[in-house]
Ligand binder design. Structure first.
Ligand code: AZC
Length: 829
């Protein structure tokens, strides 16, 4: 560890002395002061981005006041803290969130108006911080906000990617990936902390050093390569500014920025090789969601941010504690999926090799400190690393994993009589596929608590991937159903509904979302229903504007908006939704006299660049959209749109504008879902399978207020065991058969009639995702939705009940459960 020459004796911080004012005059004055003295522009010459920066800096000062106070309070209390280790934080824009949480919205807007600057316009200039792929990364962002709101002192630890999740364009119907550049205009939210930097090693050798008599030899790792991890801190402010936590992201730098010898001898490129190699570690986010990337750089990223975070946690601990023997009383480290699972081995190395702790004590502390959240059961997403790669990159951690494995296996044999298959199932080493380290097993045995993210998912974890480990440690697995933050996903995304709720039930729900239930009694009030519907209509008009601006397609806000937005994946079954659109298109043309419900089907989402089937689905959605939207025979009864480049900011526009939320994954495959919660909170009716958190949503909302269809998880498993294939189903359903025939014969791809042969062929031959199996049930349920749409009063009554009954799915509730059951930290709200 590097000594900190600048460390000064801490002086008490008197926050009240420096607190910045919240009144409009002060804000207006300060914005211009920032413009002048921090940015160097006069108001007359300032451009839009200068105003954004000036406002951000002004708001940021107010957060800093709270931040410093929180730091002092934390240091003084010596209480337990949480470190949330996550490879991804899908944050989105921060300005509106910060202004809202500080209750500054009217004042800042007012202050800017004095200079003829519009706050809404300025907010839209902020780039999305897209340091994540999808659900897992967005959950981490909601959790950070909720920890700050309910008062769990904590740090988020992750990676400061220079390029976040790629920008998606659609060219001739197909996805094109372009680099994302969120740091282009600088990042006023972050503080570089050069004094918080750590060396991270890779490769090299391990040597045994003879220790004191009677003690085992110590192992010394001499890495061949070392890079520096430098901290960048972003304050995360909670509701009403009550708490501010820190998101600490690591950036990789070379120890020697340039090799001067090489440079001076004329090798100008070679002089920079090391620095390029180091910086490559944090250059770009892997765009793989739900399947393992598998490359060496990915393992480097994982170890890099794990080791930096652990070194930082240890250093902070030793600032106020004499030894590491009480580490688990002072910090709880949550592993967000297996991406940081190598931390288990690295903490053991730091405790034993670097800090001289006995193995058994170190193991006990390690297990008490860590807990692990699993986010998927998909076999292709479970991380495992070839032994030879692991050993070459992390030789000492490999030894430690072998030692842990030996101990676990010994315990399993002695205490539970495990043998053969069950030993193979719990082993940290997979002996079958060319010997690999299994990160799920490592995370599991290294943690005192392991959780799934919905009740169903947790049950399935016990029955499937972790079956044998669950037998060995029956108390370890628990459930923590996901949640979403109501500040971003209701108050900020849906100001219209928020004002209506405030007027109707008062402001209590802002502080305690469970009070939103008070609106339930207005579900039968015709006046309220109309106002609720009017808010929805406005939100739909706003989305219609976005669609018209970006795609030049006009959609009618009075049509039923049927929306599926999320990562594109076979198990999420966007294909099922597209087939239904095609079947509906057929029906509308062949029965023009029927009273069809006008529908707009909206899709958005990105496919992993190497996931060919997912890219074909995007292509198909766009092909189908082009043909249907330009066919006068459908007379605006059906429109299909694929909005490119789905991200957090677009989601904030989409979620409040949906009538129907599509949550139609093959049952047993979606661990939880969180988009499902955002939609329902904003008054959309869900059409969904009994998968992930949909099951619990049904229980809360009432089964008469949600459209459930399709096979259950156990029925899916059963069909698969029986060797289900789609052919006989398809042949018995003319509607489905004709739709598939249209797709595979080139009706939507006349330039390449065979384009979708493979996709359709899979349904006939295999139907692994049960698309054919669930089609009829899905179709019938959509028609039930049509029928309900014809009765607006009844539709709106159910929509209101959705909003009223979704409060349990707040991430505040999730965080309180983690704090009580896993972290054992307090909350103050
Ligand atoms: C997602 C799950 O697919 C989703 O169901 C869940 O809601 C979300 O995590 C948050 O728990 N998983 C991922 O995004 N990624 C991986 C690797 O699982």
């Amino acid at each position: 560890q590097r000594p900190d020459p600048d460390a000064a004796a801490p002086l008490p911080h008197d926050a009240s002395a420096s607190r910045r004012s919240y009144d409009v005059d002060a804000l207006a004055e300060e914005i211009v002061e920032k413009l002048t003295y921090s940015i160097g522009k006069s108001p007359a010459r300032a451009r839009k981005y200068d105003w954004l920066r000036a406002v951000t800096l002004t708001v940021r000062d107010r957060i800093i006041d709270h931040w410093l106070e929180a730091e002092d309070a934390r240091a003084a209390s010596g209480g337990k803290q949480v470190a949330y280790l996550s490879m991804e934080f899908l944050i989105g824009r921060l300005l509106r969130d910060a202004i809202n949480n500080l209750n500054l919205t009217t004042q800042v807007a007012e202050a800017l108006k004095r200079y003829n600057v519009d706050l809404d316009m300025i907010e839209l200039l902020e780039p999305d911080a897209a340091l994540g792929n999808g659900g897992l990364g967005r959950l981490a962002a909601c959790f950070m906000e909720s920890m700050a709101s309910v008062g769990v002192p904590g740090f988020g630890y992750g990676i400061r990617y220079v390029h976040g999740f790629f920008r998606q364009e659609i060219a001739d119907g197909a996805q094109v990936e372009l680099p994302e550049n969120w740091l282009l205009h600088g990042n006023p939210w972050e503080f570089e902390r050069r004094e918080r930097s750590y060396e991270i090693g890779f490769g090299g050798k391990v040597t045994s050093v003879v220790g004191e008599p009677g003690k085992p030899p110590r192992q010394l790792w001499r890495p061949a390569e070392r890079v520096l991890a430098v901290a960048y801190d972003t304050p995360i402010v909670g509701w009403r500014g009550a708490h501010v936590n820190t998101l600490r992201l690591w950036s990789a730098q070379a120890l020697d920025p340039i090799l001067l010898d090489a440079f001076n001898s004329g090798d100008h490129i070679g002089a920079l090789v090391e620095s390029n190699k180091a910086e490559a570690i944090t250059r770009v986010l892997y765009p793989a969601d739900s399947h393992q990337a598998g490359q060496e750089l990915r393992l480097r990223q994982e170890f890099f941010f794990s080791s930096a975070s652990l070194q930082d946690i240890i250093r902070r601990h030793l600032e106020t504690n004499e030894s590491l023997s009480n580490l688990h009383d002072k910090v709880s480290i949550q592993l967000n999926d297996t991406h940081p699972a190598v931390s288990v081995a690295e903490l053991m190395r730091l405790l034993v090799d670097v800090h001289g702790m006995e193995w058994d004590e170190a193991w006990e502390i390690t297990r008490q400190t860590f807990s692990y959240t699993n986010h998927t059961l998909l076999p292709e997403a479970l991380e495992h690393w070839p032994i030879h790669l692991f050993e070459r990159l992390l030789p000492r951690q490999m030894q430690i994993i072998y030692a842990i494995n030996a101990a676990v296996i010994r315990q399993a044999m002695e205490s539970k009589g495990f043998d053969g298959g069950r030993i193979a199932a719990i082993s940290l080493i997979d002996e079958n596929n060319g010997r690999r380290v299994r990160m799920g097993q490592l995370a599991f045995v290294g943690s005192h608590a392991v959780n799934g993210v919905s009740a169903l998912h947790t049950d399935l974890m016990k029955e499937t991937v972790f079956h044998a480990l669950h037998e060995l440690y029956p108390d370890r697995i628990q459930n923590k159903t996901n949640g979403v933050t109501p500040r971003r996903w209701l108050m900020e995304a849906n100001p219209g509904l928020t004002s209506l709720l405030k007027e109707t039930i008062g402001e209590g729900f802002l502080d305690d979302i469970s009070k939103i239930r008070d609106v339930e009694r207005f579900a039968t009030d015709a006046g309220f229903r109309d106002r609720f519907a009017a808010v929805k209509r406005e939100n739909k008009a706003r989305l219609a504007d976005v669609i018209s601006e970006r795609l030049a397609i006009s959609v009618d806000p009075d049509a039923l908006f049927d929306i599926q937005v999320k990562r594109i994946h076979e198990y999420k079954r966007q294909f099922l939704n597209i087939i239904e659109a095609v079947a509906l298109y057929d029906q509308i043309r062949s029965q023009p006299a029927t009273n069809w419900t006008p529908r707009v089907k909206v899709f958005a989402g990105k496919a992993a660049p190497s996931y060919l089937q997912a890219k074909e689905i995007i292509h198909l959605a766009n092909d189908v959209a082009r043909v249907i939207n330009s066919d006068p025979a459908v007379r605006d009864l059906l429109k299909v749109v694929f909005i490119p480049n789905y991200n957090v900011s677009l989601a904030e526009i989409i979620m409040p504008a949906a009538d129907i939320s599509e949550q139609i994954s093959t049952a047993g495959l979606e661990a939880s879902g969180t988009g499902n919660m955002k939609f329902a909170l904003n008054g959309a009716l869900t059409i969904g399978t009994l998968d992930g958190a949909n099951v619990e949503m049904r229980d809360h909302i009432g089964e008469e207020n949600i459209f459930i269809f399709g096979l259950t998880a156990s029925e899916v498993a059963q069909r698969r065991r029986e060797g289900h294939s789609g052919r006989s189903v398809i042949e018995g359903l003319p509607l489905l058969r004709d739709a598939l025939h249209a797709i595979s014969s080139g009706v939507f791809s006349p330039d390449e009639p065979n384009r979708y042969n493979g996709l359709v062929g899979n349904l006939y031959n295999n139907d692994w995702w049960m698309i054919a199996a669930d089609f009829q049930s899905y179709w019938d349920t959509q028609r039930r939705a049509d029928a309900l749409w014809a009765d607006p009063a009844e539709w709106n009554r159910k929509a209101i009940l959705n909003t009223a009954r979704m409060s349990w799915f707040s991430s505040d509730r999730s965080i309180r459960e983690y704090a009580a059951d896993i972290w054992r930290t307090g909350t103050d709200a």
